[in-house]
Design a protein around this ligand. Sequence first.
Ligand code: PMP
Length: 304
Amino acid sequence: MKTTHIRHNWQLIPRDAATEDVVSHSLHYGGAVFEWIRVYSTEQWPKIFKLREHIERLFYSAKVMDLKIPYSVDELCAACLQVVKENGIDAWYLRPIVYLGTGAMGLSVLDKEIELNVSISLWKWWKYLSNDPINVKIPRIRRVDPSTTDMNAKISWNYANSILASSEIKKAWFDEALLLDTSGYIAEWPWENIFFIKNEEVFTPAEGGILPWITRATVIEVFNKELDIIVQEVNIHPDELGEYDEAFFVGTAAEVTPIGSITNEKRQKFEYTSGNEESLTTHMKELYHQITHGTLPTYMHRLS
Ligand code: PMP
């Protein structure tokens, strides 16, 4: 569903007027940076979860790409809240994007002639995945190597790798891909992070080959503060997949999504109890829902 208005370079314009020249730099070379933020319908409706953290990541990504955003973090946070208000909506996704438009088509982004754009749009998308545990496959293609990009930045170019992985596993009728890094360890889903549970101990791939920010940090914090569990950040090899009881994906879009099975490159299938009512995954899913919907008082300050 389309939003009615977007903020484009600080102007509020009708969505249909927000068009771009086909000869624009980011469209051709993938050098845009963006965020993907959830707006939740709460009792003090609507609220944005971890808005400042998302905008700080947008600034980090922009710095990595040498894109100089002409606004401050506070200004962009205010603009996001403004767009939500202006569209009069409840539960949506916000998409701030910083991209290069027309002016010059050489590769250098430092060319003063290139136009830099900052847009904030939003659209309705209630749930990215089903509530049921999903079936996951390790694709042939590996996660982009950390030596070739900055894995902590949300750069459009990095998502070409995510698209290839998703297409590969969708053609094999699986719900999602689980990418290995170039050393053969488990990295992440094309746009979410992963956790595993074994005997009430929780593990997640270490930083370096993943985008590690918002939901992963929330889940690590909540395991620690609410369940007294210290999450262990380790390298996880696919040969160890059979040792775990539960597995789940986390991210802004997927929130906490239980994994029912993972099929490895040798077509061996490992099944998990993540979807059971008494599982730790279900417990975390409920806590995350309470936090994002403003019913867990200690986390209210995360909502704007
Ligand atoms: N990994 C990748 C590659 C992603 O695109 C995302 C979504 N932004 C995540 C992990 C996790 O998302 P977030 O940091 O927004 O929770």
